[in-house]
Write a protein that binds this ligand. Structure first.
Ligand code: BMA
Length: 291
């Protein structure tokens, strides 16, 4: 496989001594900035509410964890938690898209920060629709901000939306759908934010099959028109195989939310079986060589 798991996986496990992350830590977003890997991860404690924790690393493998969550649910839209953070560096700030979860279901929400501790909240940015798995492109395209998202109605597909201010989104368009009978036949959703390459936007996404197994795949979107898929590799690039991916809170899940490029290598972070956080690397030339 093109993706090589870290030898020391899982890199983060639940911490019994911290109430807020005592049961599960999983789906994690990442940015590489100022010589550090900044990891934002979903954590669940005894109260079953998702909060967002923060960890930093010099080498991408060994992380220093903060003892308190850096982002906690606020308001009715987040009454059941903040889930699945994805983060990009955009206009000199870091932007985190995440799932706001409440009795009304799931919504796409946005927050920004310069230091990962203090946050500005934009709240729900796709109101009135059950939606999740939102990732921002790390730069404007054609003068507008661009986001991929995944409405909940079947067949669960990846859509694009555009915005002038990151708050009001429009021009929704379907980008990619499940391929029946395959590993990504029942549903797909963006995994990691798109990464710019000379061949196109590299998108790592997750696919769900008939047996509810989550795998990761890779696609390439047109640099100037990201609603256009210019490549989609037929096979998964990562699938549950290790014990920590096969057994946990939810069996057989690898769920990628974070990617960063450091010296021609991609570091990819993923939740395994919804209980621990893992990493894998891929050489840029190997991943792009698939297209
Ligand atoms: C999705 C999300 C993810 C989770 C995955 C597998 O719907 O809830 O947070 O990792 O299911 O259970």
């Amino acid at each position: 496989m093109i993706l090589k798991r870290f030898i020391k996986n899982p890199i983060l496990k639940p911490r019994k001594e911290n109430d807020w992350e005592s049961r599960l830590v999983f789906n994690a977003g990442v940015v590489f900035a100022n010589g550090l890997f900044h990891l934002l991860y979903r954590a669940v404690g005894e109260d079953d509410i998702s909060r967002i924790g923060y960890a930093v690393s010099v080498d991408g493998y060994d992380f220093f964890r903060f003892d308190k969550p850096v982002f906690t649910p606020r308001g009715i839209a987040e009454s059941k938690g903040c889930e699945d953070p994805r983060v990009v560096c955009l206009d000199d700030k870091f932007y985190m898209t995440y799932t706001a979860y409440s009795i009304n279901g799931v919504r796409v929400s946005l927050a920004s920060t310069r230091n990962f501790i203090q946050w500005e909240r934009f709240g729900v940015i796709l109101p009135g629709m059950e939606n999740k798995d939102a990732v921002l492109f790390p730069e404007k395209i054609g003068g507008r901000y661009v986001m991929l998202h995944r409405p909940m109605d079947p067949p669960r597909s990846i859509w694009v939306a555009y915005s002038d201010d990151l708050v009001r989104w429009n021009d929704f368009k379907k980008v990619m759908t499940p391929v029946e009978g395959r590993w990504d036949g029942v549903g797909i959703g963006s995994g990691c934010p798109p990464v710019k390459t000379e061949k196109g936007w590299l998108l790592i996404y997750h696919g769900i099959d008939e047996g509810s197994v989550y795998r990761l795949g890779v696609a390439l979107l047109d640099l100037n028109d990201p609603s256009r898929v210019i490549g989609r590799h037929p096979d998964p690039i990562l699938q549950p195989e290790e014990d920590y991916e096969l057994r946990g809170e939810v069996r057989e899940v690898v769920f990628g939310c974070g990617i960063c490029e450091v010296e021609d290598k991609y570091f990819i972070y993923y939740g395994a079986a919804d209980r621990v956080i893992c990493g894998a690397t891929a050489e840029k030339k190997d991943l792009l060589g698939l297209f």
